[in-house]
Write a protein that binds this ligand. Structure first.
Ligand SMILES: NC(=O)C1=CN([C@@H]2O[C@H](COP(=O)(O)OP(=O)(O)OC[C@H]3O[C@@H](n4cnc5c(N)ncnc54)[C@H](OP(=O)(O)O)[C@@H]3O)[C@@H](O)[C@H]2O)C=CC1
Ligand SMILES: N[C@@H](CCC(=O)OP(=O)(O)O)C(=O)O
Length: 445
């Protein structure tokens, strides 16, 4: 573990954040393209470092200390590195999130109020052992003008070190102020961050509910938590069953280790006889272990599900199945056992889809689509810092917009509040208008 002076690192990040906010969109974009090129050029070094992490991970998997999900998330390959660099370029080419006028309102003639997007400042992130997460978070931080403190999972240490070095070097070559990204490795440094409310504007922990809860309970810094995904697919009595089969299969099998994979299938009783044998065949062909309630087990030969299954994120080729008598029971089940991450209904009935989507309090609610779409890249956000399971200020996949806040800019020509108060108070006009903020606008007119 590399020893660092955490206070100094955070001070550097704070100073860099002020400089970073002054870089133009062209400069930030160019730096991101250079980062993508540098990762590509140094693919061999990244793979070599990753090999060390994966070898250790596989050893611990054999000893039963690690899960397959952890090793799957840890592993890089040439094609994964290609998709990482594609994401960096995609972030680079997103519209500039900074300086955008979010709303403009005339308070009175020549007194105009603009709400303008700005960076949050210094963001402390802690994430799981997934090296691509470090790159995505750094890229989004840079494009949105935020300084980022990056703490990845210990299992990914070698991969994270080399990726951080590449990003830091390429950004410096492109003229990004030093210190805008800081890599920390020790848990004690995370604990120190929790005390630094004056320097850190936001904490974004990604990981188990236990860990995210620990952060929330031990800091006064605002926390945007990204935690477990107990995601559901509900197959309605008016579902296209062939579509439902494809969705249930994709949501479990396409990448079972991630938080947006489905964990529980809820099936309406009137379609269960037809649907369950078909999906069981598909799941069996992919070695998915199924655990069903009693009613499910009368139709297909699967393991028995216990109450614990409904509250479990397997992160693996395991799925629990429950037969429900109505849409309302499905919604109740998800409300009781879900984690407000992503839930999907398969139905041809638009009213039932609408009821499902309005009744649930999850960050993403889908109709006739796989839960695996809950992802910043797939949503067109370029990449994601994670999938927020909190509600304020960003929900679901967090991209550039989630990394900005706003400032009010008021442009006047000498107005005083006294004019608008008292007996002869002049009324405000309070009219919305469609104009970008431009400090010279009033004097130009
Ligand atoms: N919604 C989302 O976007 C995401 C959700 N998740 C969820 O996270 C869970 C799996 O992640 P898992 O790998 O087990 O994550 P963990 O919660 O074990 O670890 C995540 C990170 O937190 C750190 N950490 C854990 N405990 C502490 C502590 N007490 N003090 C300081 N740092 C700590 C870890 O560091 P160290 O390695 O040093 O222990 C690691 O960097 C799943 O439920 C998954 O769905 C994961 C990622 C994204
Ligand atoms: N958006 C990601 C999954 C989100 C995520 O980070 O999940 P996790 O694997 O739990 O770290 C994806 O679809 O690959």
């Amino acid at each position: 573990m590399t020893e660092i002076d955490i206070e100094q690192n955070v001070d550097e990040a704070q100073s860099a954040a002020l400089e970073l906010a002054k870089l133009s969109d062209e400069e930030r974009t160019e730096a991101l393209h250079e980062i993508a090129d540098a990762i590509e050029a140094r693919t061999d070094e990244v793979l070599e470092a990753n090999e060390k992490d994966v070898t250790e991970g596989e050893r611990l998997l054999e000893d039963g200390e690690y899960t397959q999900a952890l090793v799957d998330r840890l592993k890089l390959s040439e094609s994964k590195i290609e998709s990482i660099t594609e994401m960096v370029r995609s972030v680079a080419d997103q519209e500039d999130p900074l300086g955008k006028t979010l709303s403009a309102r005339e308070l009175d003639e020549n007194l105009e109020l603009y709400k303008v997007a700005v960076p949050i400042g210094v963001i402390g992130t802690v994430f799981e052992s997934r090296p691509d997460a470090l790159v995505q978070i750094a890229a989004l931080g840079l494009k949105s003008g935020n300084a980022v403190i990056l703490k990845g999972g210990s299992e990914a240490l070698h991969s994270n070190r080399i990726l951080f070095e590449i990003i830091e070097d390429a950004a410096a070559d492109a003229g990004v102020p030093d210190g805008w990204a800081q890599h920390i490795e020790a848990r004690e440094d995370v604990d120190a961050l929790l005390e630094m409310g004056e320097s850190i504007d936001l904490l974004m922990p990604r990981g188990s509910s236990e860990f995210v809860g620990y952060i929330q309970d031990n800091t006064s810094i605002p926390v945007l938590g990204h935690t477990e995904g107990i995601c559901h697919v509900y197959v309605d009595d008016e579902a296209d069953l062939s579509m439902a089969e494809d969705i249930a299969y994709d949501a479990k099998v396409q990448y079972p280790a991630v938080c947006n994979a489905v964990e529980t299938l809820l099936v309406h009783e009137s379609v269960a006889d037809e649907f369950l044998p078909a999906i069981a065949d598909r799941y069996n062909s992919a070695d998915v272990e199924m655990r069903g309630d009693e009613a499910t087990r009368e139709i297909v030969d699967v393991e028995a599900a216990t109450e614990t299954d409904w509250d479990t994120e397997y992160g693996d080729l395991i799925v629990s199945i429950r037969i429900v008598d109505s849409l309302e029971t499905a919604v109740d089940h998800i409300t009781t056992h879900g984690s407000k991450h992503t839930d999907s209904i398969v139905t041809e009935n638009a009213d039932r889809a609408s009821t499902f989507m309005r009744s649930l309090d999850s960050a993403s609610v889908f109709h006739n689509a796989s839960t695996r779409f809950a992802d910043g890249y797939r949503f067109g956000l370029g990449a994601e810092v994670g999938i927020s399971t909190g509600k304020i200020h960003a929900r679901g996949p967090v991209g550039l917009e989630g990394l900005t806040t706003y400032k009010y800019h008021l442009e006047g020509d000498g107005q005083l509040v006294a004019t608008y108060a008292g007996e002869d108070a002049k009324p405000y006009t309070h009219e919305e208008f469609d104009e970008e903020w431009n400090p010279g606008r009033l004097s130009d007119e």
